[in-house]
Write a protein that binds this ligand. Structure first.
Ligand code: AMP
Ligand code: GLY
Length: 446
């Protein structure tokens, strides 16, 4: 088996820039469709939309692409993997049916049930009126209302009480997009605890669990403000120690992969578990069928061994033959720089200054999330514009380097959260390392 030399990355965000950057470092010739100004500097951008599946198949064939790697969920749910495989082309990612683990919350719950995987208790309703009756009849308690179907994060309402839950139902009915996407309504028990992301690469049989991360979904510092795609991430999330990660693998990831295979919907690609660390242990909030964004940027910054080998082996169903990945010691932090107005509507086309100076900051890497080449240089092209990433021997050091790079970059209206990784730093301060604890115990006077 020769290593593929030409790899096509599908997508154009920070995640895809990070994947393309790493694959290029691994020695691949990388093409990105459609890419952004960042990927243009390290790869060849291809002017095809990520969801234009027939054109992508034709392109991959014509350019003799050895392996295609899919970043975002939309092409997966649209069946890009099925189309490539039917055309005899190698591709990394789940089929449309397997991607339903992300695309359909009901499908996800069915798989979790089959695998006996810990998750929030829930009830499913086909009709809005039934959901309303249920909420009115049961005791008043915090719940989460979810509209089934892909609604770009808009379909989830975390509700403190019954009144808020009834309002959420009304909001779903009133929103044509949500109502249309909604195959049903889930009323879920609200889980409390720390949220973490744990991803695994799997070929449907073998699982490679990746280090834990934490995302920051709220727009503003202190987890205030509206929900976003993610304003920053760091790796590893210290809340998950090696024992807990092994437990998550054994009780959540492995049973899910097996349940999917038994259901004749084998999953190949990145299985992303959004978890709540509750008092009863880790429970699944949701699964995604792809790398998280911005988690991917923070993750790949720490990957010292080959990503290409992992993805390649997965596409060939021989992940069991690959050596475990090697992660750089210490930590990484990714800070998202956003346009004014995000997560609402934003202005585009603002010239970005300071990218070169930021790139010179030690251990920093600026991934582009929504940029394009403008007349005088790189300009903004969306809400989440850059994913400024740094590694360091400690989490504190990685945070310092990431924000040092952020400070070099400016455009009118640019902003970011200032507290990315602070929950992890607080946890480190409050939890003595296991070694320290044993030393203290040994030295304690009788
Ligand atoms: P999304 O990523 O758009 O599916 O939204 C999921 C987000 O909603 C998670 O990141 C959680 O913050 C929150 N969430 C979802 N389900 C629950 C639950 N059962 N209990 C508490 N929070 C939840
Ligand atoms: N950062 C969360 C996600 O990619 O869904």
């Amino acid at each position: 088996m020769t290593t593929p030399r030409r790899v096509l990355v599908v997508g154009g965000g920070g995640r895809e820039h990070a994947i393309a950057w790493k694959l290029a470092k691994d020695g691949a010739e990388v093409l990105v469709a459609p890419g952004n100004a960042g990927t243009a500097a390290i790869a060849e951008n291809v002017p095809l939309a990520a969801t234009d599946v027939p054109a992508l198949v034709e392109f991959a064939r014509r350019r003799e692409v050895d392996l295609t790697v899919v970043g975002p969920e939309a092409p997966l749910v649209a069946g890009i993997v099925d189309a490539f495989q039917n055309a005899g082309l190698r591709i990394f990612g789940p089929t449309a049916r397997a991607a339903q683990i992300e695309g359909s919350k009901l499908f996800c719950k069915q798989i979790l049930h089959r695998g006996d995987v810990p998750t929030a208790m829930f009830r499913e309703f086909r009709a809005m009126a039934r959901a309303r009756e249920y909420l009115e009849a049961r005791e008043d308690m915090p719940v989460v209302i979810k509209a089934d179907g892909l609604a770009a994060g808009k379909g989830v309402f975390v509700c403190a009480d019954r009144a808020a839950a009834l309002e959420a139902l009304a909001a779903i009915s009133a929103d044509p997009q949500l109502a249309a996407a909604s195959g049903g309504i889930l009323v879920e028990e609200r889980l409390d605890g720390v949220e973490v992301s744990v991803m695994a690469i799997t070929d449907g049989r073998t699982i490679v669990t990746l280090p834990p991360l934490q995302d920051h979904k709220a727009a503003h510092d202190g987890d205030q403000g509206p929900n976003t795609g993610g304003m920053g991430a760091y790796c590893p999330a210290p809340f998950v120690d090696a024992d807990m990660l092994a437990d998550i693998e054994a009780r959540i990831l492995v049973p899910t992969v097996h349940a999917m295979r038994r259901a004749k919907v084998p999953f190949q690609g990145v299985l992303y578990a959004g978890l709540m660390l509750t008092a009863q242990g880790p429970k699944v909030l949701e699964f995604n069928a792809r790398f998280g964004d911005p988690e991917c940027e923070a993750l790949l910054a720490r990957l010292d061994s080959s990503l290409l080998d992992l993805l390649d082996a997965t596409a060939d169903r021989r992940l069991d033959e690959v050596q475990p990945p090697i992660w750089r010691n210490g930590a990484s932090v990714t800070v998202v720089m956003a346009s004014a107005g995000y997560p609402g509507s934003v202005e585009k086309g603002r010239p970005i200054r300071g990218l070169d100076a930021a790139a010179r900051v030690t251990d920093a890497q600026v991934f582009h999330a929504a940029t394009r080449a403008g007349d005088g240089g790189v300009v903004t092209d969306g809400g989440r514009v850059l994913a400024v990433t740094a590694t360091g021997a400690s989490l504190a050091r990685a945070k310092l380097q990431a924000y040092t790079a952020v400070k070099e970059i400016r455009w009118p209206g640019a902003w970011c959260r200032k507290d990315i990784s602070d929950k992890g730093l607080r946890h480190e301060r409050e939890t003595p390392a296991a070694d320290d604890a044993s030393t203290l115990a040994a030295e304690a006077p009788p």
